[in-house]
Design a protein around this ligand. Structure first.
Ligand code: NDP
Ligand code: 8X3
Length: 260
C-alpha cells in the first residue's frame, strides 16, 4: 500500500470554493491534512470547512481571499503565521478563462481579469508563502496549469497565454529553488467538467454544458487524485509536470464526441 505522506501537512489551496480546488480540499482532508481553503465566496468556504471538519475531523481554516489583492495575500500570510498555520504545500489553483474571442475582438476587461488572476495572483501567493518553505527547507508548490499552456487553440489566445505563463513560472520557480528541498510541480489537465465554462461564457449555462456533452470529461476528483499523487510522492521525488486528459481528448481541439 502507498504510504500516506499527506497526513499532518498544512496545505493552502487557492480557489477551493468550486471545481478542482474543492475536490483537492476533499482529497487532502480525507488523507488527514490541515487545510487553509481560500476563494472569494465566503459562504461556500464556511460550508466546506464545516463539512470537511465534521466528516474527517481535520483542522480547516476558511480564509476569504481574492488572489488579485496583494495586500490581502500578505495579510493572510501574517494571520496564518500568528495562528501557527503556515502552509508547507501551496496549491495555486485559482484561475479562469473569460470569453472565447479572437484577439481582434477580445474584451479588455476579460483579459485583465484572466491575467491578474491566473498569472499575477499565482505570483503573489507564491511570493508570500515560499520564503517560509525555503526557511524550513521543506515544502511544495503545485501549480494547476493546463494543456492550454502547451497548445494554443483558436479564440483562446489570452487564456492560453496565461497558462503558457504558468508553464514558464513553474520552471522559473523550480530553477530558483535549486539547492533547497522545496519541490515545484504543475498538474496540467485537459477538459474537466467544473464551473469553468459557465464562468468563461459569463453564466450562459447551455453553452457551458455543451462543452462537456458527447464524451466523458475529466471530473474534478480525477484531477485531485493527480494532485494528491504529486504531493504524496516521497520527498526525494519531484513529479515536475503531470498532464492528464480525458481518453476522448487527444489535443486541445481534438475531442472525440458522439453526436448528441
Ligand atoms: P471553477 O470555476 O470550478 O473554480 C475556479 C476557482 O477559482 C473557484 O474556487 C473560484 O472561487 C476561484 N477563483 C476565481 N477567481 C478568483 C480570485 N480572483 N481569487 C481567488 N479565487 C478565485 O474552475 P476549475 O476548477 O475548472 O478551475 C481551477 C483551475 O484549473 C484554474 O486555474 C483553471 O484554469 C484550471 N484548469 C481547468 C480546466 C477545466 O477544463 N475545467 C482544465 C485545465 C486547467 P471564487 O469564485 O469563490 O473566488
Ligand atoms: C482549461 C481547458 O481546453 O478549455 O484549461 O482550455 S481548455
Amino acid at each position: 500500500m502507498t504510504p500516506n505522506r499527506i497526513a499532518g501537512r498544512t496545505i493552502l489551496i487557492t480557489g477551493a470554493t468550486a471545481g478542482i480546488g474543492e475536490a483537492c480540499a476533499h482529497a487532502f482532508a480525507r488523507d488527514g491534512a490541515r487545510l487553509v481553503i481560500t476563494g472569494r465566496r465566503s459562504e461556500r468556504l464556511d460550508a466546506l470547512a464545516d463539512e470537511l471538519t465534521s466528516t474527517h475531523g481535520v483542522d480547516v481554516h476558511p480564509a476569504p481571499l481574492d488572489v488579485r489583492d496583494r495586500e490581502a495575500v500578505d495579510a493572510l500570510r501574517t494571520r496564518l503565521q500568528a495562528l501557527d498555520f503556515v502552509p508547507d504545500v501551496l496549491v495555486n489553483n485559482a484561475g479562469k478563462a473569460l470569453g472565447l474571442d479572437p484577439i481582434q475582438g477580445g474584451d479588455l476587461d476579460d483579459w485583465d481579469e484572466m491575467i491578474d488572476t491566473n498569472v499575477k495572483g499565482l505570483l503573489y501567493t507564491t511570493r508570500a508563502f515560499l520564503p517560509a518553505m525555503i526557511e524550513a527547507d521543506r515544502g511544495h508548490v503545485v501549480n494547476i496549469g493546463s494543456i492550454a499552456g502547451r497548445w494554443v487553440y483558436p479564440n483562446g489566445g489570452v487564456y492560453c497565454g496565461t497558462k503558457f505563463a504558468v508553464f514558464a513560472l513553474t520552471e522559473g520557480i523550480n530553477v530558483d529553488l535549486a539547492g533547497t528541498r522545496v519541490r515545484v510541480s504543475s498538474v496540467d489537465p485537459g477538459l474537466v467538467e467544473t464551473e469553468f465554462s459557465r464562468v468563461r461564457f459569463h453564466g450562459d449555462a447551455s453553452r457551458a454544458d455543451s462543452v462537456y456533452q458527447g464524451y466523458t470529461p475529466l471530473s474534478p476528483s480525477d484531477v485531485a487524485d493527480a494532485v494528491s499523487y504529486v504531493v504524496n510522492a516521497p520527498e526525494h521525488v519531484d513529479v515536475f509536470q503531470l498532464v492528464l486528459m480525458p481518453t476522448d481528448q487527444r489535443h486541445a481541439t481534438i475531442v472525440h464526441k458522439e453526436s448528441v
